[in-house]
Design a protein around this ligand. Structure first.
Ligand SMILES: [Zn+2]
Ligand SMILES: [Zn+2]
Length: 152
């Protein structure tokens, strides 16, 4: 089947190896695509596993599951992929969905951080450290000098 992330590749050649754990996304954009794709396939464990480890227990898995199940996804458009130094990256995208017979877009800038050669999503909707506390990514830096600097 064509990959739901709309890369125009087959699922088996695109996001599936990431979902099965056979490969690791090499870029933040690949991770973002594979997370969107996981939402369309209702693969919530993948969404959890690709969120920054310190945030995983804070995620509302029930709400995520309900959202994935109730949403009629209509496609993905990656607008930009902006590396910020070596360890951070911002991906801007539109995720399209159908609501009341209309196609709507969810527009987002997502922040990703690289921890030990693996990309993770930094979720801005769960409670975050204060500016002076250690960063969520475990870098040992203050939040404001690390991931916090890129979250609007
Ligand atoms: Zn894909
Ligand atoms: Zn950080």
């Amino acid at each position: 089947m064509p990959c739901p992330c709309q890369s125009h590749q087959a699922y088996g050649d695109c996001c599936q190896p990431f979902h099965l754990g056979h490969q690791t996304p090499q870029t933040a954009e690949q991770l973002m695509r594979s997370r969107y794709c996981a939402y369309t396939l209702k693969n919530i464990p993948y969404i959890v596993a690709t969120t920054v480890p310190s945030q995983q227990l804070l995620l509302d898995v029930d709400a995520m599951t309900q959202w994935a199940e109730s949403t009629q996804w209509a496609g993905l458009e990656v607008l930009s992929h902006r590396p910020l130094g070596k360890l951070h990256s911002l991906v801007e995208f539109n995720a399209f969905f159908i609501e009341e017979d209309e196609c709507k877009a969810h527009h987002e800038h997502s922040l990703f951080v690289n921890i030990h050669d693996k990309w993770y999503f930094v979720d801005p909707t769960v409670s975050l450290p204060t500016q002076k506390q250690p960063c969520v990514c475990g870098s040992g830096k203050k939040f404001k000098h690390c991931c916090g600097a890129y979250l609007a």
